[in-house]
Design a protein. Structure first.
Lengths: 527, 621
């Protein structure tokens, strides 16, 4: 890629040290004092600073609910969408730009009630989005109604005689939606949260994390029976990769299988190894143990926390979409809009003539330069006959034999918003006759000294503010590195260009001039 | 050209007098499995090659395969071809090809008096008559022969005879019978067989028996015409004066696909098209999904809501989000449309309208969604609405929708309808070089970036996409102040509400002048929108030819309405709005301009005929 003036140096970004403060938004945080969300927010801000991803690459997306105010408190790009639909928006963001690090903040109501369907499809598609589901088992923003994770019998304004709805288990939902990463953590343990969030961040694919979160107003201490400091050792099972499953303040209990069901056993003097305890394997592809763990809960069992499952699928949805596009381009060649518009069956009405001619061109959408190249190669035996002719040989040489230096000093690529004044300065500094306007590896246009002369000099155009897009030639002809010297000369002759952009397979641009081409041909013929 | 050659050679003029016609309407009708759409497509292709202008209207049942032989299973295809400009598929057919009793029963009421009626008597078995609900054989009704020019042909038997030596099972042979009907019509209407023969070869070249069957049946039908003992009429329609250029046949949905691809090209936008299958819009997603090498990212979302959500997410992240649906899907998308309005992101929502409410008439056309798109959201939430008027117009309208969406950073609703989506007409393929350049220079926030800082000309807000350093910001559904902070300030909300409305209203300043067909002033002005274009235009031409003071305008822009409309309306005594609903545009015109606009209504799932509009107008003049 040619040096893009306004683009930062990638090395500089990595060296730029990000701190938690960089991720703190100026807006005042407006959660209730004592809300579990504060601890989650702090943990995420610290984590983001440590991931080595520049701040501008993060997008925090949310739906509606208390937790969904999260994006406003993160000094990153953010989108506070509508109730339950965050997963859809997050999917669109990743589709348009898979390089972004997208985090989805949702709650038990937003994610499992109104937005259950979208969450399901986000996970089964394996879109590379990190999902944090704040589960406080209650509707907070609408003032205390029961939620889809509330326990049966919960009495609220809409359930005066107690809820008769069976609560949903978020982790079982995630596992049966084929999520490739499923974890649980809780708001009063920043260290555990940080380790789980980091594992989620490093996972390729949808990472689903349930956070047991306390709503201090409408459901205070709902998780206390398992997560309070004095009981948690006995009530929680901390899952650690490769380790046997034990719990209790002295690790005096273990979990093992009895047939297809788990049971609790006392770890006696013989130690852990003798008991055949379950050993945690988050990479287990089968997933039935993860499901079994997800269903374990008090009062019969401790509540497991940690990473239940981390089984990356290979290619995430957003990358697979890009991959299909790349494959399709390989197979059918780049776009050819004119051929597409004409279609396979078209007819021509000629001026003043009687005849209408009809055509059927089955290959219309497969037509491309690559195709032409293949035909040229097929016919290469013909070329062999002429190989002995140095002029013919020179014209049939691939341009890359001329050693075009992509991104070398001889070509400068600038972004579309570069001003005309800046462009002129650059051309002078580097003694260039032309500049390429490149935006995200896409060649948008070219400007030459002729453009400056014809469109700028002696006009009252404001060179400081007018972008070069105003005077550039859009969508210029390009040659590919596998084109021949003859192709390039031909293009120059037809378009009366003195310079032609040349592009290689990685979409890097170079520039080739008529002097270079003719110089090369002369050299070959002379020898 | 084959057409004239064949007619010269094969037709002794003395036995088969040829009548010259300006335009002819034919309808093919049969079971949905009878291949009537294939026959229609082929007749269309041969007619354009013969140099006629054409317009077509397929009419198929909602059920994929309704029980054979019954009325709900009828599939029809109507085509009008002519030597002058053809803008509609025609009112009543001049000829009807009925492949079975149900097809006769369902279509005979439409056939013109003394129209040509070709009946496949091979299918008139007692069983089929019963299925069609005939108690007595309609062929025994003597009035049939006085009212129409009836030609009874046993197409079933003649097909089997023609295929005696072909290696096909009899079921396979019977499936060729549509080509017999096609061949007969080619002979009657002086079409050449070349185009169809070539098509058969391409389509079934790999199944030689099928190709042979189709070819033999087609030829048998054609030669039956000249050798039949019953005398068949012959007609000839001269070439239409058509502007030079490259043409193709195009349906509305195809034109939308091409228009979207072209728009993404000329705007340098990476298009993300997310949609959920729904009749009659599904073909747009299906078509775009084939074009991955054009860089279009398509997604079949889990539902209508997710589809627009993903499109909005894509627009936020720097792509251009597009989604397509029909009425029921529009209902589901409305909350997200509100989000796109308040966050002011570019978005194109295509609504291919169908009969409603609810599931309504999925395969039939209607113009019933205008007011929904106009007002169907909470609070003041204006959205630009533009409508295509014909299949080929969909191409231009798609580009125009993208222009408005990008220039004003707003969602745009593009209305098509089931009629436009499925009918086809010739389209003069424009050169890529003639397409408008939709590239706007990227936003330059200067020293101080504010999300709702507006371009003084368009009132569009500054949109900066994630990934750009130093401009991190949050958008969302809550009301914000200019700096992008959540704001419940009363004055701010009123100001932002007015700005959103002002921005959309200002789009009208970018419209071209409204074109008037006919005089600039007079007694009656038709105001139309959408798929009624052809019928209203021909009605206007006919009324004017009869000396009436009638003009018409056809609105592409429905919100905001064009600025010159108030002046145009004031120059006519009577404003008449033909539309296929109970009065949507009529209501808007009356409310906005205080004019006594009256409506011509039709809510039958079928487009207006020219006659319906002409007759209704005559009563008003």
């Amino acid at each position: 890629m040619g040096k893009t003036e306004s683009q930062q140096d990638p090395v500089a970004v990595e060296e730029r040290k990000q701190t938690r403060r960089d991720f703190v938004a100026p807006a005042d945080v407006r959660w209730c004092p004592g809300c579990g969300d504060y601890a989650i927010l702090n943990t995420i801000q610290s984590l983001f600073a440590s991931l080595g991803i520049p701040r501008e690459q993060f997008v925090v997306v949310s739906g509606i609910g208390c937790s969904s105010r999260f994006p406003y408190y993160m000094n990153t790009y953010g989108f506070h969408t509508i109730h339950g639909r965050g997963p859809a928006v997050a999917t669109g963001i990743k589709l348009a730009n898979p390089d972004l690090a997208v985090w989805l903040i949702t709650g038990d109501g937003d994610g499992l009630s109104i937005g259950g369907n979208h969450l399901l499809h986000l996970m089964r598609r394996d879109v590379d989005v990190k999902v944090l589901l704040f589960n406080n088992k209650v509707y907070g923003l609408t003032k205390g109604q029961y939620s889809p994770t509330s326990d049966m019998g919960m009495v609220r304004k809409t359930t005066p005689l107690g809820s008769i709805d069976q609560p949903i288990n978020p982790l079982c939902f995630a596992l049966s939606s084929e999520a490739t990463f499923v974890a649980r953590t809780y708001d009063t343990n920043p260290k555990h949260m940080a380790s789980v969030f980091r594992a989620a961040a490093e996972h390729h694919g949808t990472a689903f994390v349930e956070i047991m979160q306390n709503c201090v107003i409408y459901n205070d201490k709902v998780w206390a029976p398992v997560s309070a400091r004095d009981v948690r050792d006995d009530k929680m099972l901390v899952l650690e990769e490769g380790k046997p499953m034990t719990f209790g303040n002295d690790n005096q209990y273990g979990i093992r299988l009895n047939g297809l069901n788990p049971e609790i056993v006392d770890v006696g003097a013989d130690g852990v190894d003798a008991l055949g305890l379950l050993v945690h394997d988050e990479h287990d592809v089968a997933g039935s143990t993860a499901y079994l763990l997800a269903r374990m809960q008090p009062p019969d069992f401790p509540l497991p926390i940690g990473v239940f499952r981390a089984v990356p699928r290979g290619m995430t949805y957003d990358r697979a979409v890009e991959h299909q596009i790349a494959e399709s381009i390989d197979q059918f060649g780049h776009r050819n809009l004119q051929a597409l518009m004409m279609g396979a069956d078209y007819w021509e009405v000629k001026e003043g003539e009687e005849g209408v001619e009809s055509f059927h061109d089955e290959e219309y959408e497969r037509y491309s330069l690559d195709e032409e190249l293949a035909i040229m190669q097929e016919q290469s035996y013909e070329a062999d006959r002429y190989r002995s002719d140095p002029l013919f040989g020179a014209l049939r040489t691939r341009i890359n034999a001329l050693q075009v230096h992509y991104g070398s000093a001889r070509v400068l690529c600038v972004e579309p918003d570069t001003s005309i004044a800046k462009a002129i300065t650059l051309m002078k500094e580097h003694a260039l006759e032309s500049l390429l306007i490149v935006d995200e590896h896409k060649l948008r246009g070219i400007i030459t000294s002729r453009d400056i002369l014809m469109k700028v000099v002696l006009t009252d155009m404001d060179r400081e503010t007018t972008p070069i897009t105003a005077i550039m030639t859009p969508r210029p002809d390009v040659v590919h590195e596998w084109n021949t010297v003859g192709d390039a000369i031909n293009k120059m002759a037809i378009g009366s260009f003195r310079h032609l952009p040349i592009v290689n397979e990685s979409d890097d641009y170079g520039m080739i001039s008529v002097q270079e081409l003719l110089g090369y041909v002369y050299e070959q013929v002379k020898t | 050209m084959g057409a004239t050659k064949t007619s010269e050679k094969a037709v002794p003029a003395e036995t088969h007098a040829v009548t010259e016609c300006q335009a002819i309407v034919i309808r093919f009708a049969g079971d949905s499995g009878d291949g009537m759409q294939t026959v229609g497509d082929q007749f269309t292709a041969s007619s354009v090659v013969a140099g006629n202008d054409i317009s077509t209207f397929p009419d198929f049942p909602a059920e994929i395969r309704a029980p054979a032989g019954t009325l709900p299973g009828i599939s029809g295809f109507q085509i009008q071809f002519g030597s002058t400009e053809i803008l509609t598929p025609g009112d009543a057919p001049d000829a009807l090809v009925a492949m079975n009793p149900a097809a006769l029963k369902g279509n005979i009421a439409d056939l013109n008096e003394q129209g040509l009626l070709i009946i496949n008597i091979g299918a008139f078995t007692p069983e089929n008559l019963k299925k069609a609900g005939y108690d007595v054989d309609p062929l025994e009704d003597k009035t049939l022969y006085t009212r129409f020019r009836v030609t009874k042909v046993d197409i079933n038997q003649l097909t089997l005879d023609a295929l005696q030596d072909v290696e096909l099972k009899s079921v396979g042979k019977m499936r060729c019978r549509n080509f017999f009907a096609l061949g007969m019509t080619y002979w009657i209407y002086d079409r050449a067989m070349d185009t169809t023969l070539k098509w058969i070869e391409t389509k079934w070249g790999r199944l030689p028996a099928v190709a042979e069957g189709a070819e033999k049946t087609l030829k048998a039908g054609y030669y039956f015409g000249e050798t039949a003992e019953i005398e068949l009429p012959r007609y000839r329609v001269e070439r239409a004066p058509i502007e030079a250029g490259v043409y193709r046949k195009i349906s509305g949905n195809e034109a939308l696909i091409l228009g979207l691809v072209a728009a993404s090209e000329v705007s340098w936008q990476n298009m993300v098209f997310a949609s959920y299958p729904i009749t009659p819009a599904s073909a747009i997603l299906e078509g775009l999904a084939q074009l991955k090498n054009y860089g279009i990212k398509t997604m079949q979302a889990e539902d209508e809501i997710a589809a627009i959500g993903a499109a909005i997410g894509a627009s936020f992240a720097g792509g251009l989000g597009v989604t397509a649906t029909s009425g029921p899907g529009m209902c589901l998308k409305s909350e997200f449309l509100g989000l796109a309005i308040i966050t002011e992101l570019p978005l194109v929502v295509i609504d291919v309208q169908r009969g409603g409410p609810s599931t309504g008439l999925p395969t039939k056309t209607e113009q019933g969604d205008l007011l929904q798109c106009m007002f169907g959201r909470n609070s003041d939430s204006p959205v630009p609405i533009i409508a295509a008027r014909s299949p080929s117009d969909c191409f231009d309208v798609a580009i125009e929708a993208v222009r408005i969406a990008l220039r004003y950073n707003t969602p745009v609703v593009l209305l098509s309808d089931g009629y436009i989506a499925n009918s086809a007409e010739p389209w003069r393929v424009p050169s890529v070089k003639s397409l408008p350049n939709l590239v706007d220079p990227p936003a330059d926030p200067g020293d101080e970036f504010m999300i709702y800082k507006r371009d003084p000309d368009t009132l569009a807000r500054q949109v900066i996409h994630p990934g750009r350093r130093g401009y991190e910001h949050q958008i969302g559904g809550l009301e914000k102040n200019e700096r992008g902070q959540v704001s419940y300030d009363p004055e701010n909300h009123e100001r932002m509400t007015r700005l959103r409305a002002g921005k959309v209203n200002g789009i009208a300043r970018s419209y071209p002048k409204t074109e008037i067909l006919g005089d600039d002033s007079g007694k009656l002005l038709f105001v139309g929108w959408g798929g009624t274009y052809g019928a209203i235009t021909v009605a206007t031409q006919r009324l004017r030819a009869a000396g009436q003071s009638v003009s018409s305008i056809h609105l592409r822009y429905l919100n905001p309405l064009p600025l010159d409309l108030v002046d145009i309306l004031s120059r006519f005594d009577k404003i008449v709005v033909p539309e296929m609903n109970l009065g949507h545009l009529t209501l808007l015109l009356r409310a906005k301009y205080l004019v006594d606009a009256v409506q011509i209504q039709k809510i039958q799932g079928r487009p207006f005929t020219v006659t319906e509009i002409v007759e209704a107008a005559k009563e008003m003049l």
